[in-house]
Design a protein around this ligand. Structure first.
Ligand code: HEM
Length: 404
């Protein structure tokens, strides 16, 4: 175990306010240079964990599912408190061989027919929202636009009745992060339970009378020759709604914030100097909505000269890897024309994001709607960051759009 430099030990990676108070890029650049894999010393009753910061090491760790398990949990906060109760049942926290089988079921549920329908609705929704706010003066892009796109998409995918959507949005907001520094843990747990109970009900209904939506498909599929339990169907729906809302929302907000901060890059997109799909990849790298994912070592092994022991928590920092100067030229420059752009915002390897196609489609719809309607994007106040050591981004972004 190496002893961290003064500055690497100074930042508390478990504290949600850390990423609001400090510029993470200064910290991570130093970690990558001087302590690319280091042991974060546990504090009080919390265990310590490995911090992996360089692009090549993060890629190798994501790939190495045999020695780095997801089954105890993949979010640091959860692992520090014990283990994920959904381990072995929810896709993201299941290891091979069950992971592969469950993933195939869920992938089949994302059929081109279902996705095609959902993507069409995404474009319609994005167009309508952007038209509504353009030319109206200052508004909060986070609450008035970004909040509706991903949640609408995932609800369409799951065929959630419109009347239930506001409740889901509210629970979802409380479940992963909070706008308040002193957010209480109980409210987050309560919100997660409510989502699960809601999906258990819906899963029962869809199993009894299935249609072609994703919940019906999961509820009627078999894994290991057995149908999934209603609890497991609910857990996997829960993972879609959480994965499908927050990270997409953060990346949409980040897109507009980046266009405010780099007006020349907005002009390049607006004037058609760069393909929208290329710009979408740079937005994803720049946003890195999931700062880290975590694993648990299944065996002793060496990682960049460090001795990892079976049972150790290993955190893979996408936020650092996506700005690693060994992989990306001028990483701190938002460059919509950047190619190649092999960012890790959707992870890598066997757990690569199941919703990547939809996540990209949502950003493509947003950028297309902006290009079609908006000429100028300007700041109209101070953005507010999310308090989280997992989710990266803003919960408020006051801006003004001038029409074309
Ligand atoms: C997995 C990010 C959108 C559902 C992941 C992982 C990342 C990620 C980094 C890998 C986790 C790991 O290795 O432990 C993102 C980002 C998104 C996004 C940045 C948007 C910009 C979505 C959407 C959905 C979704 C729209 C659902 C429709 C999932 C699921 C997994 C996953 C189910 C687990 C896959 C597995 O374990 O095999 N996501 N995601 N995500 N994501 Fe996404």
């Amino acid at each position: 175990m190496s002893s961290p430099t003064a500055s690497t030990s100074a930042l508390d990676l478990t504290d949600p306010t850390t990423f609001v108070r400090y510029d993470p890029h200064v910290f991570w650049a130093e970690v990558r240079d001087h302590n690319p894999v280091y042991w974060y010393q546990g504090r009080e009753d919390r265990p310590g964990f490995w911090v992996v910061s360089r692009y090549v090491d993060v890629v190798a760790s994501y790939t190495d599912a045999a020695r780095l398990s997801s089954a105890r949990g993949t979010v640091l906060d959860v692992l520090l408190r014990g283990e994920d109760s959904a381990g072995g049942r929810m896709l993201a926290v299941t290891d091979r061989p069950r992971h592969r089988e469950l993933r195939n079921v869920m992938l089949r549920a994302f059929s081109p027919r279902v996705l095609g329908r959902v993507v069409e609705q995404v474009h319609r929704r994005a167009d309508e929202l952007i038209r509504r706010v353009t030319g109206t003066g200052a508004f909060d892009f986070a609450t008035e636009v970004a909040e509706s796109i991903p949640m609408g998409t995932i609800c369409d995918l799951l065929s959630i009745p419109p009347a239930d959507r506001p409740d889901l949005l509210r629970w979802n907001k409380n479940a992963l992060s909070s706008d308040e520094a002193d957010a209480n843990l109980y409210a987050a747990l309560e919100a997660r339970n409510q989502i699960l109970l809601y999906f258990m009900d819906l899963a029962e209904q869809r199993r009894a009378s299935p249609s072609d939506d994703v919940i019906s498909m999961i509820a009627t599929a078999t894994v290991g020759g057995e149908p999934l339990s209603i609890d497991d169907v609910a857990l996997n729906c829960y993972s879609l709604i959480l994965g499908g809302d927050e990270s997409s929302r953060m990346s949409a907000i980040c897109a507009v914030k980046a266009f405010v901060d780099f007006p020349d890059q907005w002009r390049a997109v607006r004037d058609g100097d760069v393909a929208i799909d290329t710009a979408v990849e740079e937005v994803l790298r720049w946003a890195t909505p999931a700062m880290h994912f975590a694993r648990t070592a299944t065996t002793d092994f060496e990682l960049r000269g460090q001795q990892v022991r079976a049972g150790d928590i290993v955190t893979l920092w996408n936020l650092s890897a996506n700005f690693d100067e060994r992989e990306f030229d001028r990483p701190y420059r938002f460059e919509v024309a950047r190619t190649p752009n092999k960012h890790l915002s959707f992870g890598h390897g066997p757990h690569f994001c199941l919703g990547a196609y939809l996540g990209r489609a949502e950003l493509r719809a947003l950028l297309t709607a902006l290009v079609g309607t908006v000429s100028r994007i300007e700041s109209a106040g101070s953005p507010r960051r999310v308090y989280s050591n997992f989710l990266n981004g803003h919960s408020s972004l006051p801006v003004a759009f001038t029409g074309r």
